[in-house]
Every structure is written in C-alpha cells, then in structure tokens.
Design a protein around this ligand. Structure first.
Ligand SMILES: Cc1ncc(COP(=O)(O)O)c(C=O)c1O
Length: 404
C-alpha cells in the first residue's frame, strides 16, 4: 500500500536532487564562446577568418616581465605566498594607486587576485544578498551580469547613451528601488569604449552617497584612453569608504594568460574579498606575482608604446567603418573596441554577425550579447594587426557592395 508521501516522491514532476544550485539558473556561458567555436570550425575547413571578435591585447608580455617569472622559478619562489599577495607587490600596487589613480589606499586595502575576474567575483560575492539589485550601465561586459546573478543578485541595466544624454543621476534614479545596493561602474567601458567624464563620475558618486550605495569600479582598461582622462571613482571625496575598485594587468601589460590583477577596498569589504579568494584559489601563483612586480616596478615604455599602437589601429578601423556607413558615434575614447551601428547591414545583430562570419569570414561579436542596449551594433576589436584591419575592411566593403 502506498502512502501519499511515497506517491509524491515517485511523481514525474518531482524535482531531482541531482541538480545545480538555483544560483546558477540565470548564469550563462558567454555567447562569445559560440562565435569562437564557429570560427574554429571555419578555420578547420581551411578558411581564412578576419578575427575581430577577440578581447585581449595583440602584443606579447614584455620581456622583463617574463624574465622576472623565470628568475622566480630559478630561485624556487614556488611555495605558497600570503593569500593576499606578496608584500613587495602589494607595496608597488599601493604606490601605483596613490600616484596614478589618486586613491590613498594602504597595504591592508589591497588584495592580489587572479585577474580582474576574480576581483569582480569577490566583490559581488562579498556584498550581495539574494535579491539585491545592482545598477549596471549597459551595454555591459557580459560576464558582469552573470557574476551578479551567481552571487544571488539581480542586474538592472541603465542605458549608458540615454544616461549620458538625459543625466546620469536621473537615469539611475529611474531604476533605483528599495532593493538597490550597488552600482557597477566600468570605465573605460567594454564594449562601447566610452570613458566617463569627471563630471559624470561625480554624478555617480553623488548618487551613491545620497542613497548609501556601494560602488564596484571595474577599471580593467584604465591605461587605454585615447581622448579624455581616466578617473577612478574611489579617488573622489567620500568615495573610498564605499568603493571596491578592481584592476588587472591583463590589458595594461598584455598579461591575459597569467591571470593577475588586484582589488582595492576598505573594511568591511576587503575582509569579504580576502575570504572569497582564500576559499577559492588561496591566492595567486607565486611566480606570476613576481612577474607582476616587475611589470609595475621596473621602468619601461611598454604602456606608452602599446597605447600609440592601439591609437593607430583605432583610427584605421574607426575611419574605415565610418566610410562604409557603419557609424562609430561617438568614436571609442578608450579600451580597444569599435562598436558601430549596423542598420546598413540588418536589424538583428546576431543575424548580421552570423552572416558576416559565414559569408565574408569576418568575426565580430553581436551587440545583443552585451545586453538589449547593445542591439543594432557589432563589436570589433582593433587589438589586431593593422594589415588584418585593412584586409578585413576590404572584405567588408566587398560584402556590402554585393548586398545592394
Ligand atoms: C570590462 C572588463 N572587466 C574585467 C575584465 C577581466 O579581465 P581579466 O580577468 O583578464 O583580468 C575584462 C576582460 O575582458 C573586461 O573586458
């Protein structure tokens, strides 16, 4: 004889216990992976692909940085390092923060991380409770939304272009609810290349203070600014105490594969970040930290030379796209992406990107990947060889001629 308990337990609708936590329900894999897979398929068929879909420096890590890692290995600096980072690296980061970012941080405010990604993960993980809302300027770097959801929070998109036209504060206010706890500020912004002005950042700061919000500042592209200036929100009066700033060496020193960055925050946030790092990776690979020390400390003109190279590539790509009627307006002020409007090619960015890849062998990222606010655009990286930009533009021009 079956009891009601057993009946319900054997029902087909019963939720299996062999499932992921519900925290992952809204967490996706980046759509960019699908594009990369299609690119690999086409390349395997022997096709040449004009690859503009990437998101990393096209340069190599500077030699003195590589040498520092080799030296660390030779000297057997291969044991556990302090979970927060090796002291000389933390000292160098503090100096850099004070000089370049005008953030008056001290060593106990700094945590060395496995790239900006781990810093952002730790930041959201430290402050969000289930249901907390994060205001996010959008189009936005896709993983940010997933990181927010993975921490149980809810990403609330604020249209960047609209906010810049209508007023940052009033647009933020339109999206604020009683559940709002955090503002995510990414400048220079991926994918648009927008660099928020000092006045705009001051507006974000005023809003955060007025409503007692935490700011998470993603400054991954701080060194790649072509027009305007990079302002760290934590440097503004009254902001250090409510800001978690996240940096990476990935873009500044062409170190994406090393996985190194750092987070900066006062208490109580830094303790949350430290715990998050301790119980995930227990810190960053020791030789990598010695390499990062060389990047920050040893005199080098790498960053200046890299910036000039990106500036040239930017002109080449942006001018070429504009000439074809794919308007980059405003042109990217920072980072290494052009984000043109694509109405000449179609309405759905996913469809346009797929056609461009299949028919013209040009790989880009559809704007919709960066949120609904990115629809009608494609992201092209100009962190590629200048010849690839020239030849890619030619292929695009031929493709567009054949459309008409
Ligand atoms: C806006 C933004 N933030 C953070 C990161 C994180 O970079 P990483 O984890 O390599 O330091 C990236 C990388 O593409 C990015 O585009």
């Amino acid at each position: 004889m079956s009891t009601p308990f057993l009946q319900s337990d054997s029902s087909e609708n019963r939720e299996t216990n062999l499932r992921l936590s519900h925290r992952f329900d809204e967490v996706g894999f980046s759509e960019i992976v699908k594009i990369r897979n299609r690119v690999m398929e086409l390349k395997a068929e022997g096709k040449e692909i004009f690859q503009f879909e990437g998101g990393e420096p096209c340069l190599n890590t500077p030699d003195h940085v590589k040498q520092a890692a080799i030296k660390a290995l030779d000297e057997n600096k291969t044991r556990y390092a302090p979970s927060s980072g090796i002291p000389p690296l933390i000292q160098s980061i503090v100096k850099k923060l004070q000089k370049q970012n005008h953030i008056m941080a001290e060593s106990n405010h700094v945590l060395v991380e496995n790239g900006g990604m781990q810093g952002l993960y730790g930041a959201f993980n430290s402050v969000l409770d289930p249901g907390d809302e994060v205001l996010l300027f959008s189009p936005h770097w896709t993983p940010t939304r997933d990181l927010i959801h993975m921490s149980g929070g809810k990403a609330v998109c604020v249209n960047t272009i609209e906010a810049r036209h209508r007023g940052i504060k009033s647009c933020l206010e339109n999206h604020r609810t009683t559940a709002t706890r955090v503002i995510l500020l990414n400048t220079p912004q991926n994918p648009t290349g927008i660099v928020f002005t000092r006045d705009e950042i001051q507006e974000v700061a005023d809003f955060a203070q007025q409503h007692d919000l935490i700011v998470i500042a993603d400054e991954a592209y701080e060194d790649l600014v072509y027009t305007g200036e990079h302002i760290s929100i934590a440097s503004l009066p009254g902001m250090f105490e409510r800001t978690i700033s996240v940096y990476t060496l990935s873009k500044s020193y062409a170190m994406t594969g090393w996985r190194i960055g750092y987070a900066v925050a006062p208490e109580p946030f830094i303790t949350g970040l430290q715990k998050s790092t301790l119980y995930s990776s227990n810190g960053v690979s020791t030789p990598t930290q010695w390499a990062a020390l060389a990047a920050l400390k040893e005199p080098s003109d790498f960053k200046e030379i890299a910036l000039e190279g990106y500036r040239l590539r930017r002109s080449l790509l942006v001018d070429g796209l504009n000439l074809l009627g794919l308007k980059c307006d405003p042109p990217p002020a920072g980072a290494f992406y052009a984000f043109p409007e694509i109405s000449k090619l179609g309405t759905s960015s996913s469809q346009v990107a797929r056609q461009l890849l299949d028919e013209a062998h040009i790989a880009t990222v559809p704007g919709i990947v960066f949120g609904a606010e990115g629809e009608g655009h494609l992201r092209f990286s100009f962190s590629v060889a200048p010849e690839l930009i020239e030849r890619g533009l030619e292929a695009l021009s031929t493709y567009m001629r054949n459309l008409t």
